[in-house]
Design a protein around this ligand. Structure first.
Ligand SMILES: C[S@@+](CC[C@H](N)C(=O)[O-])C[C@H]1O[C@@H](n2cnc3c(N)ncnc32)[C@H](O)[C@@H]1O
Length: 165
């Protein structure tokens, strides 16, 4: 995905990292077994185990509770979201793109809960500094009832919807 919508007004790249306060609100990095889309050089901890581009997280076996902030480019984002929806245990952080094919197929039809965050997330750059406010809001998506509870109790401001209800 490479529209200016997600570019933060800065150079477009898939290397945008999750700020620690999001991970802490969702139970802490130690509560996630795996981050299957991770940089080689970890700037912010997200999980107990990581797969990087070199491993190709898409071809690996996923285990336990997943934290996923996928690469925002096609077709990767859809492939990662499909795999998480089939795995059925984890939380994804993505831009709010409810009209995209991956969102229609793997979020709106398969997620157990979606938290539409009311505040925009400033993501972390590879040098550890904070990026600008992005051009779109973000959503947190829960698969599995344990992760629904984490979203309900995370304390991040926003509105939760339950697409299967
Ligand atoms: C948006 S960043 C999120 C990084 C980290 N998960 C986080 O939340 O801070 C997506 C990451 O996926 C990595 N990536 C790209 N293709 C991948 C692949 N096929 N398998 C695993 N990781 C990949 C990129 O290098 C990038 O570091």
């Amino acid at each position: 995905m490479n529209s200016t919508f997600e570019r933060n007004g800065e150079k477009s790249t898939v290397e945008w990292y999750t700020p620690p306060y999001i991970i802490e609100a969702l139970g802490g990095w130690w509560s996630f077994d795996l981050d299957p889309a991770s940089p080689e050089n970890i700037i912010t901890e997200t999980a107990c185990k990581y797969y990087t581009k070199r491993d190709n997280g898409l071809t690996q076996s996923w285990h336990g509770r997943i934290f996923l902030n996928p690469p925002y480019e096609n077709p990767l984002i859809g492939q990662f979201m499909q795999k998480l929806s089939e795995h059925g245990n984890g939380i994804a952080l993505v831009y709010n793109r409810t009209d995209s094919k991956w969102c229609q197929e793997y979020v709106l039809k398969r997620a157990d809960a979606i938290l539409f965050l009311s505040k925009r997330i400033k993501f972390i750059k590879p040098d550890g500094s904070m990026g600008n406010s992005p051009g779109a809001g973000s959503i947190l998506i829960a698969y599995g009832q344990e992760n629904v509870k984490y979203l309900e109790n995370c304390g991040l401001e926003g509105c939760i919807l339950y697409p299967k209800n």
